[in-house]
Design a protein around this ligand. Structure first.
Ligand code: HEC
Length: 472
């Protein structure tokens, strides 16, 4: 009852906030019409836009509060898993959309920087220009060496894409891994820690990695590209190793990706945007620009550019058990990072019109190396006896149906994961290829080996499948 009351109250607040946004916009429109006093007009406009931002923040917070109340209302009922699933879809969708906008803009500006015409017919104050055609229109862009004489009133900033990507990603981390820490974050066969400790280590590691990275950038090493790359890569490997020794392999992968992603956003938040703000301020006050600001921002931007492909690869590898299912998961993680950063390096060189013969082939070879070392062994052991479906059913009953059935008895999964059930021999046979992949090759099922399957049992399943998976 209390919950429903609270929900109604939040809903009324939400409606009021939405009405307020219309009200503020009307005032804004009205104000734009009479522009007699520019200074007064500007300060009024600023406070209006601040008010609008607060109202938007209020709307988001109210929605979060409503979802939290709904969560507590359905907790312990069959709707709990359903709600989490929908939150998972919606937040994931937001995360991907913001991420595309952010990385898209980042790629676009790196492309601009690389492809600018820097020599032909340039005014003195320009660093370069570029013609482009897109979506049925011609565009002409100019880059200033330092700053224009007068900073224009409407200046576009690119920052919210980055912030929203991070916020939605962080929410997703909670929805998928932290709410279900005991099932997904922690693997007792790796390290037996409490959910609370696991979450603390996860979040703490993001802070530590940022501090280390930031110090490294600010140290003299930051100016020496090759040395910085080598030391940075070693540290990244160390984090990958650390994560796989603390979390389940899959959670380790997502934490590694989230760590790189967090560094990227922190670069935007703590370095790039503040530098740009200082530059705009100096230009407005007609003060000389500190060239270090632009250089610093440029360097962090370049690092971010190299992080993009590794982060994307790591994020999707999370859905492919042959990556994190390898017996040294950190090694695949490291290889993917280096190989995909190499691909990015090639693209950067190419945009600058530089010939790079070996960068792409070597990067691809490195990536193929990951596929090669994680391949299943050719001869995993002989099958000396014929395995019957009864023996397999027995194993599956003991180790799988606690999750994979119409009425799971598992303490966490209340519906069959991915809708996969193994209640009849037919259902087992239909999924034999997936079973081989998950149980025999990558050993990522049973999840975190919660039901303690033995290697012998895995071998029996393998032999049964190799012998033709007969149900007679
Ligand atoms: C603790 C619960 C649990 C147990 C026990 C378990 N699984 Fe799973 N299984 C899951 C979850 C959760 C997923 C979906 C997430 C994923 O793919 O990792 C899944 C996915 C799968 C998939 C992939 C389905 C798809 O559509 O891609 C297969 C195959 C599978 N399990 C087979 C098995 C087999 C065989 C066993 C027993 C040897 C087993 N599982 C035991 C939880 C479990």
């Amino acid at each position: 009852m209390l919950g429903l009351g609270l929900l109604t109250m939040l809903f009324i607040i939400l409606v009021m906030l939405i009405i307020m946004t219309y009200f503020i916009r009307n005032v804004n429109d009205q104000n734009s019409k009479d522009q007699d006093n520019e200074v007064q007009h500007n300060s009024f406009k600023n406070s209006l836009s601040n008010a609008q931002t607060y109202v938007y923040a209020g709307i988001v917070l109210t929605c979060v509060a409503m979802i939290t109340v709904i969560y507590f209302l359905v907790k312990g009922t069959p709707w709990e898993a359903h709600l989490i699933e929908w939150m998972n879809i919606v937040v994931r969708w937001m995360h991907i959309t913001f991420g595309i906008a952010w990385i898209g803009a980042s790629f676009y500006f790196v492309f601009l920087e690389n492809a600018l015409n820097r020599t032909k017919d340039l005014r003195d104050e320009l660093a370069g220009n570029l013609w482009a055609v897109h979506g049925g229109g011609f565009y002409y862009l100019e880059k200033y060496k330092v700053a224009p004489q007068k900073i224009p009133k409407d200046l576009h900033w690119f920052k919210y894409e980055a912030y929203f990507t991070w916020v939605s990603g962080f929410c997703l981390l909670f929805i998928v891994y932290y709410f279900n820490a005991s099932a997904l974050l922690i693997d007792k066969n790796v390290l037996d820690i409490s959910s609370f400790t696991g979450i603390g280590i996860g979040i703490g590691s993001f802070v530590v990695s940022w501090i280390m990275y930031d110090l490294l950038c600010k140290s003299p090493i930051g100016k020496r590209n090759i040395l910085f790359t080598v030391i940075g890569t070693v540290i990244a490997f160390a984090f990958a190793f650390f994560y796989t020794k603390v979390f389940s392999a899959r959670a380790a992968y997502i934490h590694f990706g989230a760590m790189l992603g967090s560094i990227m956003v922190a670069n935007v938040f703590f370095v790039i945007i503040p530098s740009q703000k200082a530059m705009v301020k100096a230009a407005k006050e007609n003060k000389p620009l500190n060239p270090k600001l632009g250089k610093n921002a440029g360097l962090r931007s370049l690092h971010n550019n190299y992080f993009t492909l590794p982060v994307l690869f790591v994020m999707i590898s999370n859905h492919f058990p042959s990556t994190f299912g390898y017996k040294y998961p950190w090694l695949i993680l490291g290889i993917i990072t280096i190989g995909s950063a190499g691909v990015k390096h090639y693209l950067n060189l190419k945009e600058k019109g530089q010939l790079s013969v070996w960068v792409m082939p070597v990067s691809v070879l490195i990536l193929l190396g990951a596929a090669f070392i994680s391949a299943p062994p050719k001869d995993p052991g002989a099958c000396n006896e014929t395995i019957s479906i009864n023996q397999v059913s027995e194993i599956v009953n003991k180790r799988c149906v606690s999750c994979h059935s119409s009425k799971p008895t598992d303490d966490f999964y209340k519906t069959a994961p991915n809708g996969v059930m193994f209640e009849t021999p037919d259902e087992i046979v239909k999924k034999k290829d997936l079973i081989k992949q998950r149980v025999v090759i990558t050993k990522t099922m049973p999840q975190n080996n919660k039901t303690n399957i033995t290697q012998e049992e895995r071998d029996m399943i393998r032999c049964w499948i190799n012998q033709g998976a007969s149900i007679k």
